[in-house]
Design a protein around this ligand. Structure first.
Ligand SMILES: [Zn+2]
Ligand SMILES: [Zn+2]
Length: 154
């Protein structure tokens, strides 16, 4: 399986899809809202709402944190973004809705998308739960943190 690169063209398409969905849902389309999605699409490190807000603010200084929160919520409800659950940190968001898993650095909290070539054999029912999907978190040290650790040790 190959990693999915979001090229300019498909980013454009995804943004148009979002605008279309907003229109159908009767939601107002503002440049700030579009910027939230664009920033999330362009980000590779699964940002928090606050981090998205900091980026949007660079373009639209008067945007409010509440607007960014609401937009991220809307994206989640539309299935265009997902919350990445990871202990010890505030919610991080992902605009990559393809089936994928995560490499998580236990030192700096960096999260990287990974694609596993093998599917896990999760039964449709487990302990009375009906299962819908799964996501694998692999913990470790990212290259930068490994380097820092090696420098400290020497
Ligand atoms: Zn790290
Ligand atoms: Zn991801």
């Amino acid at each position: 399986m190959t990693a999915i690169l979001i090229c300019m063209e498909s980013k454009e398409r995804m943004i148009n899809n979002f605008i279309e969905k907003c229109r159908k849902a009767g939601l107002k389309i503002t440049p700030q809202r579009v910027a939230v999605y664009e920033i999330l699409l362009s980000s590779k490190n699964h940002p928090t709402v606050e981090e998205i807000y900091e980026e949007v603010k660079k373009r639209y200084p008067f945007v409010s944190l509440a607007t960014v929160y609401r937009t991220v919520e809307t994206l989640e409800q539309m299935g265009l973004a997902k919350k990445v659950c990871y202990w010890g940190s505030s919610a991080r968001y992902d605009a990559n809705t393809e089936k994928h898993h995560h490499l998580i650095c236990v030192s700096c909290g960096a999260i990287k998308d990974i694609y596993l070539s093998k599917d896990l054999d999760i039964p449709p029912e487990l302990e009375g739960f009906t299962t819908e999907g799964y996501s694998v978190n692999v913990y470790g040290l990212c290259p930068e943190c490994r380097k820092k650790k090696a420098e400290k040790a020497s």
